[in-house]
Design a protein around this ligand. Structure first.
Ligand code: PGA
Length: 312
């Protein structure tokens, strides 16, 4: 029980002192959880769909970058941030997960900046050399994992079925997947954008159970916009996000709680315009997440979105 609580601690951050019983809340929850609910561990199970709001999320995908020293420097820059009305997620290379977790805890920022992995094994355990299981990631403090990034699909031959199996495995381990979908330039030019992303989402839907809708997020990352400074326009992104939103709702996310992140050359100059779009709930950031200042600036743009949606 204690282990489960320690694993879930990064999500527990605000205390409502006026309440008779001590209660805890996190940016994802409309209603606070009782301490007992938190102590019994599985926060994800205690969230009904209606409890979950679409808190903006800005996720940093560090890819295969960094060293022990540069990771320390980056964390130092990130922990100096003010509290923002947006969830901040960092996805370092696996070997740095424990280091990042320990630094965040030491700086008392583990509740503000959460930890995620870049990938996860579809297998539970055993003879899978080089793989890292969802349970291992969970034990390291990961609350999220990216799944099906286009670099995994393209260069590591991950199929829609592999991606779906990884989603299922992560959900079982209590890790919230961020499922990456997106078309290549050729697919876009041939008019297949929406059918590609819907096929990628459908594959996940076929493997999960009905109650798992709403327990993962989606990142739309057009392959042609990744890593080259040429983001999709806000309108191009919105068109796909809107289609994904209706596919999600049709399939099982009836309350519209799944966040849809946009990824592909997001930076501090284009973030405001992207977050103006109705269905862009967050960003998956590669290059710009390696510099604390630009990552936090993108997060500040997402927080403005949060304030705006509460106001209106
Ligand atoms: P980028 O990468 O921001 O460097 O384009 C995004 C990603 O691949 O997740």
């Amino acid at each position: 029980m204690l282990t489960a609580f320690v694993k879930s601690w990064p999500r527990l951050w605000a205390t409502d002192r006026a309440s008779k019983h001590r209660r805890y809340s996190c940016p994802h929850l409309a209603k606070p959880l009782s301490f007992a609910a938190a102590l019994t561990g599985d926060l994800q199970k205690s969230m009904s769909l209606a409890d979950v709001m679409r808190t903006p999320i800005v996720a940093g995908n560090w890819k295969m970058n960094g060293s022990i020293a540069s990771v320390d420097a980056l964390i130092q820059g990130l922990v100096s941030s003010e509290d923002l009305e947006c969830e901040l997620l960092v996805c370092p290379p696996t070997v740095f997960l424990s280091q990042v977790r320990d630094r965040l805890i030491a700086k008392k920022r583990g509740s503000v900046i959460v930890l995620g992995a870049q990938d996860v094994s579809q297998h539970e355990a055993g003879a899978h050399t080089g793989e890292v299981s969802a349970d291992m990631l969970s034990e390291c403090g990961c609350r999220y994992t990216l799944i099906g990034h286009s670099e995994r699909r393209q260069f590591h031959a991950e199929s829609d079925i592999n991606v779906a199996a990884k989603v299922e495995r992560s959900l079982t381990a209590g890790i919230r997947p961020i499922v990456c979908v997106g078309e290549t330039l050729e697919e876009r030019q041939n008019g297949y954008t929406l059918s590609v992303v819907e096929r990628q989402l459908d594959a996940v839907g076929e493997m999960i159970s009905a109650e798992d809708w709403g327990r993962f997020d989606v990142a739309y990352e057009p392959v042609w916009a990744i890593g080259n400074g040429e983001s999709a326009s806000p309108e191009q992104a919105q068109e796909v996000h809107e289609a994904l939103r209706s596919a999600l709702q049709k399939n099982g996310d009836q309350n519209g709680t799944t966040r849809i992140l946009y990824g592909g050359s997001v930076n501090q100059d284009n973030a405001d315009a992207l977050f103006e779009m109705a269905d862009i709930d967050g960003a998956l950031v590669g290059g710009a997440s390696l510099v604390a200042e630009s990552f936090l600036s993108i997060a500040a743009s997402a927080a403005v979105r949060s304030t705006r949606s509460r106001a209106g």
